[in-house]
Ligand binder design. Structure first.
Ligand SMILES: *[C@@H]1O[C@H](CO)[C@@H](O)[C@H](O)[C@H]1NC(C)=O
Ligand SMILES: *[C@@H]1O[C@H](CO)[C@@H](O)[C@H](O)[C@H]1NC(C)=O
Ligand SMILES: *[C@@H]1O[C@H](CO)[C@@H](O)[C@H](O)[C@H]1NC(C)=O
Length: 186
């Protein structure tokens, strides 16, 4: 009975929406979040290692635009498809890739604008992503950056990550960075 009333009520709402749609006023409406399974928010933690490989014959990090300054790398734009692994070793278990772009946007300090998605390929997280966007002052010990969204199991995601450089080669500029991720999602 309750279900029937619900169906009738939603039909009336739909009809009202159609009637009003001509004026374009009702293009958006509030819907019940429970219908999306959005009941209880979860906090998921994981730690992954991000491998920025510029050297060798198969780099995962390639220059789109070289820097205009050699001191802060200002102006450099780099595209990445970096391995995300469970341990510091580049050959440890792969859980996904960090795909995106980073740009050196500091004229007098080494700071990057990070625009990247962590695209997971493992287990139940296969196909899910989180999006990270922020300034990354890479010479600082711990850099905090927000998680600004996600997809799949991380739909409606928020939260933040902490990045810590584990290893950096001054010559090749290859680096391994630990990302501790605190993701709020449903
Ligand atoms: C940066 O350094 C390289 C190698 O030392 C040099 O060839 C290049 O001209 C320098 N670029 C700028 C913008 O100073
Ligand atoms: C990872 O594996 C590749 C390919 O087998 C190998 O060339 C490389 O030396 C390994 N790197 C490390 C750090 O173990
Ligand atoms: C992940 O999903 C893709 C696309 O659905 C599938 O081809 C692949 O086999 C899956 N990988 C794992 C490890 O489940």
């Amino acid at each position: 009975m309750a279900k029937l009333i619900f169906i009738i009520a939603s039909q009336i709402l739909l009809l009202a929406a159609i009637v009003n749609s001509g004026k374009g006023e009702d293009f958006a409406k509030t819907i019940d979040r429970k219908h999306f399974g959005l009941r209880k928010e979860k906090l998921t933690f994981f730690r992954v290692y991000w491998h920025d490989i510029l050297s060798g014959s198969n780099p995962s990090s390639v220059s789109i635009r070289p820097p205009v300054s050699n001191s802060s790398f200002f102006g450099a734009v780099t595209a990445i498809d970096n391995r995300l692994t469970t341990e510091v070793s580049v050959n440890s278990t792969l859980v996904g890739k960090a795909q995106g772009v980073y740009a050196a946007t500091g004229q007098s300090d080494v700071s990057l604008l990070m625009v990247m998605n962590f695209a997971f390929t493992t287990g139940k997280y296969n196909g899910s992503t989180i999006s990270i966007l922020d300034r990354n002052a890479v010479l600082t010990k711990v850099r905090e950056m927000p998680v600004i969204g996600g997809s799949g199991l991380f739909r409606f995601a928020g939260g933040y990550v902490e990045a810590r450089t584990m290893w950096f080669d001054q010559k090749s500029l290859d680096a391994t960075v630990e990302y501790s991720c605190f993701v709020l999602h449903y």
